[in-house]
Design a protein around this ligand. Structure first.
Ligand code: ATP
Ligand code: MG
Length: 511
């Protein structure tokens, strides 16, 4: 015989409380893909709101008597009086390796006409960044294949490095080069079957670009066999501002899947200037007060909460990483404008590209003096560090000297030598886009210049010499190149082999 109390307890334990609050409201007004909805008293910030016809929006403004919802995707059919429902879910996107090789929109839906993507998981688009404890310092390289960057402004896995410059200075090309280089390394590494090899998967987020541009980039990736390791998230200029606003967070969520499952990923936001503009547009329609340069007050938070999510996790958390290369477009080289200064302060360094250099044919047009990488050199592999250690300083000095030397003729021998060497290095750093170089080649070439083998070659012929030497080494001296990597440093024996190879090449090269 159970007591009354026991009976009551049993009854209580059987009781299932499931809070499934769904608020239903109506659209009061709708314009520019932003709907004012009343009756959604329980809506959460960033919650997905469902409209008829499978259209979704995100609750961005929670006012006392209405909610401001930005609508994602096509909202032509929505009108005043339509029903709006809370879903209890935060905005999320499908994630997983299944997305590799595909082009998706800001919500992770395929837009490449290659059929459905069978992903198994979804991740929230917005997430609190990893704290300090699960992180470890950046200590593995993420090589771009661009000699000037890998030698002087090295990037490490988990780092955030800004690519900044005016229109058409080669910003996108640098990011695409990094993707192509990682794909090359992936293919080689997976071919070698080394169990400790860690591939890097890339996510390219296109924000506010022309569709034709995005299509061209996809073609470049395809032709370089890099698309199979890449997810393209596309929110083009013709997409509405809400999609452009969400796209980088979606791309980050896709990257976080790799990071949190012990893998390495690289995410590119091209570009955050257009992202800020899209957000400003949304904010103006939502009637938020605007501040400096007419951007809303939380614009700093917009980018900091995005970039903080890049990290290198420690071994206890799987050891994965998410590296970010945000891109910012400046006006007339002004890096002190509002959005550039914000993003500069959030990242771990910047690669600054200059129109003047670009027009002079110095491509990539990296301004060495103001480009920095605050954490990446810890991740540079040792032989590269050995040849490139002081290079950045020397090159910055060279550029200053070169500007100065135009005016005077009586230079001392040391200055002359510095100028001769510097001008040759300048030539070595010129590199066409979509043509990343393996790190062992970079090391061999830098060593060759460093040790005077190019001194007798005319500056005009340096680029020819570089190509020639590269071909020679990769066809006839593979073992020397591999020796550099296997040894892990430029030991005496490695240097002897390299020296022998370069001397042999020098005999054949008629400048
Ligand atoms: P936008 O402001 O339009 O986004 P961007 O700064 O991203 O431009 P890119 O599109 O990368 O610049 O490059 C602009 C042009 O310069 C392209 O035609 C590209 O092919 C060329 N270019 C970029 N880098 C190099 C390079 N290293 N060598 C030769 N040409 C280059
Ligand atoms: Mg670009």
């Amino acid at each position: 015989m159970s007591t009354v109390i026991e009976q009551i307890q049993q009854e209580i334990s059987k009781l299932e409380t499931r809070v499934a609050k769904s608020n239903v409201g109506r659209i009061v007004s709708i314009a520019d893909a932003v709907a004012k909805v009343d009756g959604l008293s329980a809506a959460m910030y960033n919650e997905m709101i469902e409209f008829p016809g499978n259209v979704f929006g995100i609750a961005l403004n929670l006012e006392e008597d209405y909610v401001g919802v930005v609508i994602l995707g096509d909202c032509q059919n929505l009108k005043e009086g339509d029903e709006a429902k809370t879903t209890g879910r935060l905005l999320s996107v499908p994630v997983g390796k299944e997305l590799l090789g595909r082009v998706v929109d800001a919500l992770g839906r395929p837009v490449d006409g290659k059929g459905v993507i069978n992903t198994k998981e979804v991740y929230p688009v917005e997430k609190i960044a990893p704290g300090i404890l699960p992180r470890q310092s950046v200590n593995q390289p993420l090589q771009t294949g661009i000699t000037g960057i890998d030698a002087m402004i090295p990037i490490g896995r988990g780092q955030r490095e800004l690519i900044i410059g005016d229109r058409s200075t080669g910003k996108t090309s640098i990011a695409i080069d990094a993707i192509i280089n990682q794909a090359k390394i992936n293919r080689q590494g997976l071919l070698n079957g080394d169990a400790s090899f860690r591939p890097v998967y890339s996510i390219y987020v296109a924000i506010g670009q022309k569709n034709a541009n995005i299509a061209r980039l996809i073609k470049v990736l395809e032709e370089a066999n890099a698309l199979e390791y890449t997810v393209v998230v596309s929110a083009s200029a013709s997409d509405n501002p809400a999609n452009q606003y969400i796209a980088p967070y979606s791309g980050t969520a896709i990257g976080e899947y790799f990071m949190e499952n012990g893998m390495d990923a690289l995410v590119i936001y091209d570009d955050l200037s257009k992202h800020a503009t899209a957000y400003r547009q949304i904010s103006l329609v939502l009637k938020r007060p605007s501040g400096r340069e007419a951007f809303p007050g939380d614009i700093f938070y917009l980018h900091s909460r995005l970039l903080e999510r890049s990290a290198r996790l420690d071994g206890n958390h799987g050891g994965g990483s998410l590296t970010a290369l945000p891109i910012i477009e400046t006006q007339a080289g002004d890096i002190s404008a509002y959005i550039p200064t914000n993003v500069i302060s959030i990242t771990d360094g910047q690669i600054f590209l200059e129109t003047d250099l670009f027009n002079q044919g110095v491509r990539p047009a990296i301004s060495i003096g103001i480009s920095v990488s605050r954490v990446g050199s810890a991740a540079q592999i040792k032989p590269l560090k050995q040849v490139a250690g002081k290079l950045k300083l020397e090159m910055a000095q060279y550029r200053e000297l070169a500007a100065f030397a135009q005016f005077g003729s009586d230079l001392d021998a040391r200055t002359k030598h510095q100028l001769e060497r510097g001008s040759r290095f300048m030539e070595v750093f010129k590199q066409s886009n979509f043509n990343p170089k393996p790190v062992e080649i970079q090391i061999a070439i830098l060593w060759t210049v460093q040790n005077g083998f190019f001194d007798s070659i005319e500056v005009l012929n340096i680029q020819k010499a570089v190509t020639n030497l590269e071909d020679f080494l990769s066809s006839a001296k593979q073992h020397v190149l591999q020796g550099i990597l296997q040894e892990g440093s430029l030991s005496d024996s490695v240097i002897n082999e390299l020296k022998g190879a370069v001397e042999e090449w020098k005999l054949t090269f008629a400048s």
